[in-house]
Design a protein around this ligand. Structure first.
Ligand code: NAP
Ligand code: L37
Length: 298
């Protein structure tokens, strides 16, 4: 069995970002303004700080205006809702992202519900979840859309393939299962109550692991030749030679390499796609707000 192909999410995301940058420049010429993304971060969550920083830099590089709002963990719900209302009305802001998780005491669903669905580039608003579920145009959550792009790029048509999504969160697992169903795959959703997960995963031509448990999916769970998308981002405890701790996925990568047909690495797989798709959704939002056709091929 030859070693699995390493699906280069970072490389794909870089290409996507270059296409977005070109389209953002064309948008600015026509609309007289850049697309704009507002990112709201409440509190000091270490991973969120890193991602929000990366998102801001990615915006600037793509010619998208970035409006960062970093608020203390003590921010009250009323204050946060006032900010979101202001961003909803701001014509410079095409997309609004409130980085999750929010600090204890803030109701995430209530905060997301306050975002104008047509600026909800994260696709977390119930209106956008509903649109996805009934097949209407809206915004699709960035991480699962990025996974679908990688799958299509690697496999082409997904019709009739057996897909197993491990995890049923609103931000990854559920929308991922919906996208795969829409792409004509036969989809199984597995979760913490699934009986005999290894046996379920062994049926899959496509495995999407979105669990949050380091290296839970073992090599011998994977059907030979399957395509594996590892969404997990888990930081292992620090060691002598890795003072920051190693980053691993939900799949035992070294084991899976010997069995899978193709697999995304961590880091360098799904993570960079999440950021690139956020820029894409913002660009699409800007076109819709300006009454322009969204650019094709992005
Ligand atoms: P989440 O909300 O915690 O959901 C985890 C899911 O995994 C739940 O549905 C849970 O089942 C299931 N699960 C937990 N233990 C399990 C087990 N032993 N066997 C089978 N299923 C199990 O997590 P999430 O937000 O979807 O994120 C999942 C992972 O993806 C995390 O590592 C996160 O850091 C990563 N992530 C990465 C990106 C990226 O850009 N790469 C973006 C978002 C998230 P129940 O529903 O039964 O509890
Ligand atoms: N859109 N994404 C959106 N909204 C949110 O509310 N929490 C959240 C969210 N999650 C998110 O941004 N996740 C994420 C995860 C990983 C990366 C980016 C975004 C990423 O770039 N990961 C790099 C490694 C980064 C590191 O070293 O820590 C990777 O290569 O996987």
């Amino acid at each position: 069995m030859p070693e699995a192909v390493r699906i280069d999410g970072k490389g794909f995301a870089d290409g996507l970002r270059a296409r977005i940058a070109a389209a953002a420049e064309a948008f600015a010429l026509h609309a007289g303004r850049r697309p704009g993304l507002a990112v709201v971060l409440v509190g000091e969550d270490a991973a969120s700080q890193v991602y929000v920083g990366a998102k801001g830099r990615a915006c600037i590089e793509a010619g998208i205006a970035s409006f960062e709002h970093r608020l203390p963990a003590t921010t009250g719900a009323a204050e946060l809702l006032v900010l979101i209302e202001r961003l909803n009305r701001d014509p410079e802001v095409d997309g609004i992202l409130v980085q999750l998780p929010l600090p204890e005491g803030l109701d995430e669903q209530a905060v997301i519900a306050a975002i104008d669905p047509d600026k909800d580039v994260d696709g977390f608003h119930v209106i956008n979840a509903g649109r996805l579920s009934v097949g209407q145009e809206g915004f699709v959550p960035c991480t699962p859309l990025g996974c679908l792009m990688l799958l299509r790029d690697h496999l082409g048509d997904l019709s009739g393939l057996e897909a197993v999504v491990i995890g049923r969160s609103n931000i990854v697992g559920k929308p991922m299962a919906q996208l795969l169903t829409d792409a004509n795959a036969t989809v199984t959703i597995a979760h913490s109550r699934t009986r005999d997960l290894p046996e379920v995963v062994r049926r899959a031509d496509i495995v999407v692991a979105a669990v949050g448990r380091p290296e839970m999916v073992r090599g011998d769970w994977i059907k030979p030749g399957a395509t594996v998308i590892d969404v997990g981002i888990n930081r292992l405890p620090p060691t002598e030679d890795r003072p920051k701790g190693r980053l691993v996925g939900d799949v035992a990568y070294a084991e899976a390499l010997g069995v899978a047909g193709a697999i995304t690495p961590v880091p360098g797989g799904v993570g960079p796609m999440t950021i690139a798709v956020l820029l894409r959704n913002t660009l699409v939002a800007a076109h819709r707000h300006a009454g322009m056709d969204a650019p094709s091929g992005i």
